[in-house]
Design a protein around this ligand. Structure first.
Ligand SMILES: Cc1cc2nc3c(=O)[nH]c(=O)nc-3n(C[C@H](O)[C@H](O)[C@H](O)COP(=O)(O)OP(=O)(O)OC[C@H]3O[C@@H](n4cnc5c(N)ncnc54)[C@H](O)[C@@H]3O)c2cc1C
Length: 379
């Protein structure tokens, strides 16, 4: 289905981003996969090209492109080349906005220019070994000591965990109120801030996903974002945008998996005919085509609603739920239609399958999405 969602300037931006990926990312994907982390230089190069936080104000080095379609294009193009490690959406559309939205003028002036240039890579640390979905169950604490807070605890599964220079850490600030938490910017090199191993994962091999430890880390008050007890609300507020990026990437990932499968079944022969000619194959592909088109229209509409600040948490949850479940279905059918070759790492569909699985879990599991949606139904 033809999309009527983008204007000329978006198409030009897409061309520029795609050629950047072809030049600076695609040739390195295997090497990054082996290393378990992307080369930090690619962040700088993306910064030089203006691809990081394009929405940020010009005074910080941004281009003030306040249109989520630009973020959507980057999510789509990264999904199209199946690059899970170079998480521009995490840096630009999730972490950066915490600083722009809840940071004060001094913090923005101090951090945003380096973030936009790709010199300071960002991460956000909410999840703990014993608390993921239930954020209020986290145990990391930040105790007010006058001019600084003392942070103690640990986080797990943190994307960009090894590369990050600035980590936005959620920590409890009031033992009598489980929802009272602050967001603290912990900087590389702060005493007591340690990183664990790069965790071995099913997929997303080029992404450094790590444990982080905070042992009596002294975080100056100047590194607290907003109110020391408002962090839970800030997190909830920003998760809708994060879920929209998941949806944008998931639909594009499904499209890429469908295309890889179509190419394969046209070539592969069984019983003297292309696999594409079996009715089962055609029906499966037709179902995928239909569902991806429907998901795309819905996601595009969510992006436009978000541009007008009308996207609700419930609808963002619907978008994440539907598109990530669809992605996983498409990659699974794609592997099936590839037969044994679909299980081989050298085939793109295999990596797509491995990379997709987490989409139904991170940024809120599918079950949590259903909780959010059903809460809005006032049952
Ligand atoms: C590769 C990767 C990258 C990640 N990146 C980050 C990151 O950068 N920063 C970060 O903070 N976190 C990150 N995470 C963590 C991720 O967001 C959590 O894993 C996720 O939110 C689920 O939490 P959990 O793993 O503790 O599972 P749990 O919360 O223990 O859930 C276990 C199961 O119980 C279900 N469940 C839980 N509560 C309910 C309920 N109320 N109703 C019904 N079912 C329920 C869940 O849906 C799930 O099926 C990442 C995780 C991975 C694997």
């Amino acid at each position: 289905m033809l999309r009527n969602h983008f204007e000329t300037e978006h198409n030009l931006f897409r061309d520029a981003f795609r050629s950047f990926l072809d030049r600076e990312v695609v040739p390195h994907q295997e090497e990054w996969e082996e290393a378990g982390v992307v080369d930090r230089n690619v962040w700088r190069k993306a910064g030089e090209m203006g691809f990081l936080l394009p929405w940020a104000e010009e005074e910080y080095g941004g281009t003030a492109l306040k249109d989520f379609r630009y973020e959507q294009i980057m999510c789509e193009e990264l999904a199209a080349i199946n690059e899970p490690g170079f998480m521009i959406p995490l840096h630009s559309a999730l972490c950066g906005p915490y600083i722009a939205e809840y940071g004060n003028a001094e913090q923005k002036a101090r951090w945003l220019p380096g973030i936009i240039r790709g010199e300071s890579i960002l991460a956000v640390a909410m999840t703990e070994p014993s608390a993921g979905s239930d954020l209020a169950g986290m145990r990391t604490t930040a105790v007010d000591k006058g001019d600084h807070f003392v942070l103690n605890g640990s986080k797990v599964f943190i994307s960009n965990g090894l590369l990050a220079d600035l980590v936005i850490v959620a920590a409890k600030t009031d033992p009598s109120n489980k929802h009272a938490m602050g967001l603290f910017v912990v900087e590389r090199g702060m005493e007591g801030f340690e990183r664990g191993r790069n965790l071995k994962k099913l997929g997303m091999k080029s992404q450094d996903t790590a444990e982080l430890f905070f042992n009596n880390v002294k975080v100056p008050k100047e590194n607290l974002l907003g109110d020391a007890k408002g962090g839970f609300f800030y997190l909830m507020n920003m998760l809708a945008q994060e879920r929209l990026t998941n949806a944008c990437g998931a639909v594009a990932g499904a499209e890429a998996a469908l295309n890889a499968t179509i190419d394969y079944v046209k070539e592969r022969k069984a019983f003297d005919r292309p696999v594409a000619h079996f009715q089962n194959t055609r029906f499966k592909l037709a179902e995928m085509r239909t569902q991806i088109d429907v998901a795309q229209v819905f996601t595009d509409r969510c992006v436009m609603d978000h541009n007008q600040k009308k996207l609700t948490a419930e609808v963002a949850a619907e978008a994440k739920l539907f598109t990530t479940e669809l992605l996983c279905k498409v990659v699974d059918e794609g592997v099936q239609l590839h037969g044994g070759w679909g299980y081989m790492w050298e085939y793109p569909i295999c990596k797509m399958y491995a990379n997709a699985r987490i989409q139904r879990i991170f940024a809120g599991t599918s079950e949590i999405m259903k909780e959010i949606i059903s809460r809005g139904m006032k049952l």
